[in-house]
Design a protein around this ligand. Structure first.
Ligand SMILES: CC(C)(COP(=O)(O)OP(=O)(O)OC[C@H]1O[C@@H](n2cnc3c(N)ncnc32)[C@H](O)[C@@H]1OP(=O)(O)O)[C@@H](O)C(=O)NCCC(=O)NCCS
Length: 231
């Protein structure tokens, strides 16, 4: 099967179909925001949705990213391929195309992604193998940030998803000024403050958020490296 990848930066188009047929089956409900939130981001001109369609025009995979101008951080919010299509290179193609498009458009920038930590107490095996998912990203050069990371709660801090990793998929050298294996904390702090507040609806001030910001602010930047998926 041949796939064509196209990008939409406005709501409408294939969004509804992609949301129902590609994203809903791929993510646990607590990790998936509403379709209207994705549409709002596109409406605001801050979203990018890459869709892989088959010969019949049916979506087989998608990548959705959100841009933060203040921090110059782009987050790959969702990447998914339909179960029948997995393991044939489409996810890798979507990831490469998304990173190429976003690097060109937003240079200089950092691109990050959230994934489940395979070592976490609760993993959602039904939505894919977290070790293979980490290996997939590492094959594409991802480095895990050494942070007590959690995914902001969708709509409330009580809905946070703990046991997550924040990966760096691309970092312009201007974001690693001291050492190539340390990410500058300041842009990530700006990004996380805005991300937590917009997702949870309140300014973060609790202990988990404080621990996260303390790790982000540490001297010399945030260590990043490969995190073996074999453990
Ligand atoms: C992760 C994902 C996008 C990869 O897409 P893909 O088209 O299968 O990937 P490719 O064919 O380019 O690469 C194959 C690699 O993907 C990973 N992979 C494939 N199927 C997978 C699955 N069911 N679960 C986790 N990882 C998987 C493996 O690392 C695989 O390499 P391996 O065969 O040597 O183990 C896809 O598995 C998926 O949609 N998973 C569910 C959603 C998700 O986890 N998204 C990532 C978080 S945003």
């Amino acid at each position: 099967m041949k796939y064509r990848i196209m990008e939409q930066t406005r709501p409408g188009g294939l969004l509804d179909q992609v949301y129902r047929e590609v994203l809903v089956p791929a993510f646990p409900p607590e990790e998936l925001e509403g379709e209207s939130d994705v549409a709002e981001t596109l409406e605001a001109g801050l979203g990018s949705l890459l869709v892989a369609v088959d010969d019949a025009g049916k979506p087989a995979g998608a990548a959705f990213g959100r841009w933060s101008e203040a921090s110059r951080v782009q987050i790959l919010t969702y990447l998914a391929v339909t179960p029948a299509t997995r393991g044939h290179g489409l996810g890798g193609r979507l990831l490469r195309d998304a990173l190429d498009a976003w690097r060109d458009r937003y240079d200089p920038c950092v691109v990050v992604a959230e994934i489940e930590n395979p070592d976490a107490k609760v993993v959602h095996e039904a939505y894919g193998d977290p070790r293979r998912r980490l290996a997939f990203y590492e094959q594409h050069g991802a480095r895990a940030l050494d942070l007590p990371y959690f995914q902001p709660g969708i709509g409330s801090p009580s809905r946070r998803v703990h046991g997550m990793l924040l990966l760096v998929l691309h970092a312009d050298p201007s974001f690693t000024p001291d050492r190539a294996d340390r990410l500058a904390g300041k842009p990530l702090r700006t990004f996380m403050e805005a991300y937590l507040e917009s997702s949870e609806g309140v300014r973060p001030g609790d202990w988990d958020a404080k621990a996260l910001f303390k790790a982000i602010d540490r001297d010399g930047g945030i260590p990043m490296g490969r995190k073996s998926a074999e453990a």
